[in-house]
Design a protein around this ligand. Structure first.
Ligand SMILES: [Ca+2]
Length: 298
């Protein structure tokens, strides 16, 4: 399986994090990572369909919700579904994400905008509406694993130390967008300089130094790590799970930003950027890729 669509990331030390953007990325610190293989592209709709056909797997977004688990939720929203982005008609208060995120019943990986939508022309797009356990189930089936945050960030940096982006420090080298992000005023005016309003076929933008596509933009990608508010905050042991307030859904780290990242709102299409995502949440802009730590170097 390795070598086929995967790239080798050599063992080594790298500077993880950034001091220049958001507090959760601080401090920059040296991390040692063993060598591993990683998918060159995010897992696509076509690949995920193969997994579902082989296993009859049902994603979290397709399952009924247990009211006992969501005591504060509106019962009308306790139906299978997922969060779908919809642009607003004009400028809105950027602190209220409910203006552009909509819980859409029956939205899922094969109906990304809800009933009546499909993925027939999006086989090579990254799969979306994937909760953490969906990504982990696919990885196990494929004989792989989800990357740790450090593995993901080292792979995304492509061997360029301390650069802002996966390709260097310039936002758009040669005046051309280097990733599928959001150009214009989020969340209402998308000027589409990169050619894509939503997800884009994997590999539509140049690879980084390790041969990886779409590490910046397109879709956020799940990692195996629990989220902490910064790199000084020790991550809880994976066996114990994260510390959290009662009733709060634990969060894992997602990386890479998405087609919804606009510099004016969320400059997170960078290797150091990170967010905590509730493990049961799926959206139209989160996918994943896998690693293989077991196979030998090429
Ligand atoms: Ca775009």
């Amino acid at each position: 399986m390795t070598g086929d669509g995967m790239a080798w990331v050599p063992p080594g030390r790298f500077a993880m994090g950034s001091e220049d953007f958001y507090p959760e990325e601080r401090p920059v610190h040296a991390v040692e990572v063993g060598g591993f293989w990683i998918d060159r592209d995010p897992v696509t709709v076509r690949e995920f369909r193969r997994f579902v056909k082989a296993t009859s797997y049902v994603t979290v977004a397709e399952r009924p919700l247990d009211p006992a688990q969501y005591p504060d939720a509106d019962p009308n929203l306790l139906v299978p579904g997922s969060l779908v982005f919809r642009p607003t008609r004009g400028p809105v208060d950027l602190r209220d994400y409910r203006s552009w995120w909509n819980y859409v019943p029956d939205a899922c990986w094969h109906s990304p905008e809800g009933p009546g939508t499909d993925t027939y022309t999006r086989g090579r797009h990254p799969v979306t509406h994937i909760a953490h356990e969906d990504a982990a189930a696919y990885a196990a089936w494929a004989g792989k694993a989800l990357p740790t945050e450090a593995e993901w960030e080292r792979a995304a940096r492509g061997g360029i130390e301390r650069a802002t982006y996966a390709w260097g420090d310039e936002p758009a080298p040669g005046g051309r967008p280097a990733a599928n992000t959001w150009q214009g005023e989020f969340p209402w005016q998308n000027t589409l300089e990169d050619g894509y309003a939503g997800t884009s076929p994997v590999g539509s933008f140049p690879p980084n130094g390790y041969g990886l596509h779409d590490v910046c933009g397109n879709v956020w990608e799940w990692t195996a790590d629990w989220f902490t508010s910064d790199h000084d905050d020790p991550a809880p042991s994976p066996c114990c799970g994260p510390e959290r307030a009662p009733g709060e859904i634990p969060r894992r780290v997602i990386k890479g930003g998405s087609h919804l990242c606009a510099p004016s709102y969320c400059l997170r299409y960078r290797p150091a950027a990170r967010q905590g995502e509730a493990i049961d949440t799926s959206t139209s802009h989160i996918g994943f890729r896998c690693v293989d730590r077991t196979a030998a170097a090429a």
